[in-house]
Design a protein around this ligand. Sequence first.
Ligand code: DQA
Length: 174
Amino acid sequence: MIRAPAGPVRPLRFESGCVTQQARLAPGTVMDAVHVLNGPNLNLLGTREPETYGTATLADIEQRLSALCKRSGKTLHFRQSNSEGDLVTWVQEAGRLGEPVILNAGAYSHTSIALHDAIKAAKTEVIEVHLSNIHAREEFRHKSLISPVARGVIFGFGALSYILALEAILNEAA
Ligand code: DQA
């Protein structure tokens, strides 16, 4: 169990049992959380290149993770942004709280030194995930700037990549 540090209190907003991106924890809140951060274009899952990414929507993935988290007594912070800066801020936030992160940074995985630096500085573990097998695709996807600073990398299993990452976190915490 981790005690959230003092900080600005903003109202928690729940959607399908999960804390949304507006959420901030009240000072002194006792919690045990997992952050799932999604980068650009992942809001389009379900209709975006289904032959590559499958037909599950981001909401479907959130629901599956939410059920697993509930069973394990964890709070799920599930967020998506098309902006690199939001992802950096959220990695920093999880790092401050010492809470594990599952990160699908989308195309920023291949380009973002800022995310590499944020993960390196974060005092928590970050698991990189991808739905697709990035090594079986275009050459520009073969390199991830995040992998060298990630706790581990899981890719190629569609929505299951996220579940496997959560299982890794739950098993390591057990
Ligand atoms: C992705 C792979 C990236 O190369 C791509 O830019 C994405 C999705 C994946 O989950 O397979 O947006 O991260």
